[in-house]
Design a protein around this ligand. Structure first.
Ligand code: XBP
Ligand code: MG
Length: 258
């Protein structure tokens, strides 16, 4: 359950939660890497929406290759796709450096409100550490916010979301029990990973997962700002004077998994 003021640390997912990275960064970078490699692959937003059901960019390339009839057990193919994934992430870094990816509205307000209430924040993501570091350097550090208390990325786990390993690792590194933390996610896979780790979960709707089934979440909102009252019990202190926008007042609070 999400009880205002109860949590010591709020764990943020990255892609779709801290920032809408999937279309402007990851999808654009995949298509640039395909062009560089003279591969006849081009993913549309609709293609990518389907492929996002597979977490992890490398795993997504394997999934696509399999859909194209390739033998994904072939070591040579796997090595080439790994190189392609690294090339894609280099494009992600240059896209982040160009300033094309901004944090979602309300991110700074939420993190600063948490900090002023002695609540830390952390990062639990499936994405590669290089992508997180680029987002931090070019889009988040300039906000002059506290650094995250923990960062768990795709390389840190053997099984990606919806497996709970990433959240369990974050809790172990924080030396905190699940009841003293909660998670903010945007996808069903992410929500399941957090729930399976025993965490209460808030969902912030994102572009590619807007219609996903997330009934197991404790609260569902459209903007990060809308989580300040739920997490702090009051409007917070910094910049949170914006009332919930008319269309987003769909916060669903339900005591799941008591
Ligand atoms: C979402 C993902 C990531 C990104 C791509 O991560 O599934 O794989 O789409 O990043 P999050 P990589 O848990 O933050 O929502 O290519 O580095 O895997
Ligand atoms: Mg996400």
């Amino acid at each position: 359950m999400i009880i205002p003021g109860k949590h010591r640390c709020v764990l943020f997912d990255v892609d779709g939660t801290i920032a809408e990275t999937e279309a402007p960064a990851h999808l654009a970078a995949f298509n640039r890497a395909f062009a560089d490699a003279a591969l006849p692959w081009r993913w549309s937003r609709d293609d990518y929406r389907q492929l996002l059901k597979t977490t992890g960019g490398y795993e997504r390339l394997l999934r696509h290759a399999a859909l194209c009839g390739a033998d994904v057990e072939d070591a040579g193919l796997r090595a080439s796709l790994l190189q392609l994934h690294h090339a894609k992430n280099r494009h992600v870094a240059s896209i982040m450096q160009s300033g094309a990816v901004l944090p979602r509205s309300g991110f700074r307000t939420l993190v600063m409100s948490l900090a002023l209430n002695n609540i830390a924040w952390g990062v639990v993501t499936t994405t590669s550490r290089a992508n997180w570091e680029a987002l931090w350097e070019y889009s988040l550090a300039p906000l002059v916010i506290p650094e995250p208390a923990v960062v768990v990325c795709g390389e840190d786990v053997s099984a990606k979301k919806p497996d709970p390993e990433a959240y369990e690792l974050a809790l172990a590194r924080l030396d905190l029990r699940a009841e003293r933390c909660c998670a903010i996610e945007d996808s069903r896979n992410g929500m399941l990973a957090a729930r399976l780790a025993g965490l209460a979960v808030a969902i912030v709707r994102s572009e590619f997962f807007r219609d996903e089934h997330v009934d197991e979440a404790q609260i569902v909102v459209d903007e990060l700002n809308d989580l300040v009252p739920a997490l702090l019990g009051h409007a917070g202190t910094i910049g949170a004077d914006k009332t919930m926008s008319a269309g987003t007042r769909r916060a669903v609070l339900q005591p799941a998994l008591r």
